[in-house]
Design a protein around this ligand. Structure first.
Ligand SMILES: NC(=O)c1ccc[n+]([C@@H]2O[C@H](COP(=O)([O-])OP(=O)(O)OC[C@H]3O[C@@H](n4cnc5c(N)ncnc54)[C@H](OP(=O)(O)O)[C@@H]3O)[C@@H](O)[C@H]2O)c1
Length: 299
């Protein structure tokens, strides 16, 4: 690896699935010192045993961030999971102000593919405005525009196999799915390497359609699972019928609309350039997770 940077490296959202994997990557590379910031630092005892300093920090409590970010040099801001309109942007704004006050000199941020005004994804504006705020700090930055997680296919893929049909409202649109594990590798590499200020599209090796996903599910199941393209409103009503609150159903349906309208049709070599290793394909990920896809549904 060229131009290896010194820490302290700070990772926010450190007890989340991505945060934990980023820290594991930093530890594996021997990078440090590592400061793990979380609303629940007590959940990080296992990482503290490996020399990671756990600190309490909550983006909704700006006062907590002064101590949390003190002494940091390179900071990863993991976007929060708060989808209530306005809440996430306010939280990110607090984190960015605290980073500036702490004198952080490089900010890495987990954004979203194509966070343009026209994107149908309901929370796309949170990412667009966060990117702008980070650029305005004057610190160096690496914006990682993560495409949709391949892991998301595990949520509905088992159900598609059970029903014998793969429903989506994505028409023939393609998505450059990327695994969470590959996003973690990218974030760790962006912390450790001098990349200058850049905006990278973190994607899998190729963009694929929902018909392609259905073909892989067919291979996993050992039987034909056809893709059935349905209208967006039918998808929303089906999710509500399955017990999902309407707000969340519309968030998930907006991913499908974004796929249908080609906003997710982005697959680049940025991940390989950054980490030296290409991302895992959807095919290889789903085959590796065959047992989870074929497990009986949880009641
Ligand atoms: N590209 C995609 O398809 C995709 C899919 C799902 C999520 N995402 C985004 O990527 C992020 C990481 O994904 P994940 O899989 O690790 O999700 P996750 O396991 O649900 O983690 C949620 C994260 O949000 C953090 N968080 C929530 N509220 C916070 C607050 N007030 N202050 C600071 N941090 C807060 C949590 O940190 P602590 O609990 O440690 O404080 C945790 O790291 C998500 O939060 C979401 O923005 C992207």
């Amino acid at each position: 690896m060229t131009n290896v940077q010194n820490g302290p490296f700070i990772v926010t959202g450190a007890s989340g699935q991505l945060g934990r994997q980023v820290i594991d990557n930093l530890l594996a590379a021997g990078a440090g010192p590592i400061i793990a910031v979380s609303r629940s630092p007590e959940k990080l005892a296992d990482q503290a045993d490996k020399g990671v300093e756990a600190r309490k920090g909550d983006f909704n409590d700006p006062a907590s961030l002064t101590a949390a970010f003190a002494g940091g040099k390179r900071l990863l801001i993991i976007s929060t999971d708060d989808l209530e309109p306005g809440m996430r942007l306010a939280a990110h704004s607090n984190a960015i102000k605290a980073a500036k006050a702490a004198g952080i000199n490089h900010i890495v941020y987990t954004s979203l593919t194509n966070p343009v005004e026209e994107s149908p994804i309901t929370f796309s504006g949170d990412h667009r405005d966060t990117e702008t705020m980070i650029k305005d700090t004057g610190a160096g930055y690496t914006i990682l525009r993560n495409n949709l997680y391949t892991d998301l296919i595990l949520m509905g893929g088992g159900q598609s196999i059970g029903m014998g049909q793969h429903f989506a409202a994505a028409a023939e649109g393609k998505t450059g799915y990327v695994t969470r594990a590959d996003c973690a590798r990218a974030a760790a590499a962006a912390l450790m390497q001098e990349t200058g200020s850049s905006v990278l599209d973190i994607t899998g090796p190729e963009a694929i359609t929902q018909a392609d996903v259905a073909a892989i599910l067919s291979e996993v199941a050992g039987k034909e699972i056809p893709y059935i393209a349905i209208p967006t409103e039918d998808l929303v009503q089906a999710m509500i019928g399955a017990g999902m609150p309407e707000f969340m159903a519309r968030v998930f349906a907006s991913f499908d609309t974004a796929m249908a309208e080609d906003y997710q049709d982005v697959a680049t070599g940025d991940l390989e350039k950054l980490t030296g290793q290409a991302g895992q394909s959807v095919h290889d990920f789903l085959i590796a997770n065959k047992a989870a896809l074929l497990a009986p549904p949880q009641q």
